[in-house]
Design a protein around this ligand. Structure first.
Ligand code: HEC
Length: 138
């Protein structure tokens, strides 16, 4: 009969081995030496053994807009400094309490400067934008 200490040690060793294998598997998926996806190369300068090459990437244009009016203005004012309109309007349909929790998280965790007094109107606006017909671009 083995001691409890021995069993705990073996269980820990086993858990560590499993984690080590899993970790190896995960990092094997990311090849840090892989060339980045097609990036247009521009002019380059070099000095002291270091070469700097300009690169240009094409980012998609943000095309969606919020409806005109106080609701659209409120969400533009409080959310689009950090998120695109699409990011807001393509969220899964959420109940008002969930939107309230999201607004509180933005304020508490990401320091969004949203006055708590604006919450009810903001939540109502966010709920109203969940109807695809209300999103101007759709
Ligand atoms: C100060 C910047 C900032 C502002 C303003 C802001 N957010 Fe965020 N938000 C973040 C960051 C950072 C994250 C986490 C990274 C991500 O998922 O994009 C996030 C994540 C989210 C998420 C993903 C789910 C989650 O809980 O993380 C939602 C939905 C969201 N924000 C909605 C909003 C809405 C709606 C507003 C306006 C009321 C807002 N955000 C305002 C910074 C901000």
């Amino acid at each position: 009969m083995r001691s409890v200490g021995f069993k705990v040690a073996m269980a820990s060793l086993f858990a560590f081995a499993v984690l080590a294998v899993a970790w190896n598997f995960l990092i094997a998926r990311v090849d840090p030496t892989a060339a980045p996806a097609a990036v247009a190369k521009g002019p380059s300068v070099s000095a002291g053994g270091v070469a700097l090459t300009s690169a240009a990437i094409a980012l998609p244009d943000a095309t969606a807009t919020l409806p005109d009016g106080p609701a659209g203005e409120l969400v533009t004012q409080h959310c689009t400094a950090c998120h695109s309109v699409e990011m807001i309007t393509t969220q899964p349909h959420l109940a008002p309490e969930k939107w309230q929790a999201t607004v509180e998280k933005m304020r508490a965790v990401y320091k969004a400067p949203i006055a708590p007094g604006d919450d009810p109107a903001l939540v109502a606006a966010l709920v109203s934008f969940q109807q695809p017909a209300r999103v101007a671009d759709k």
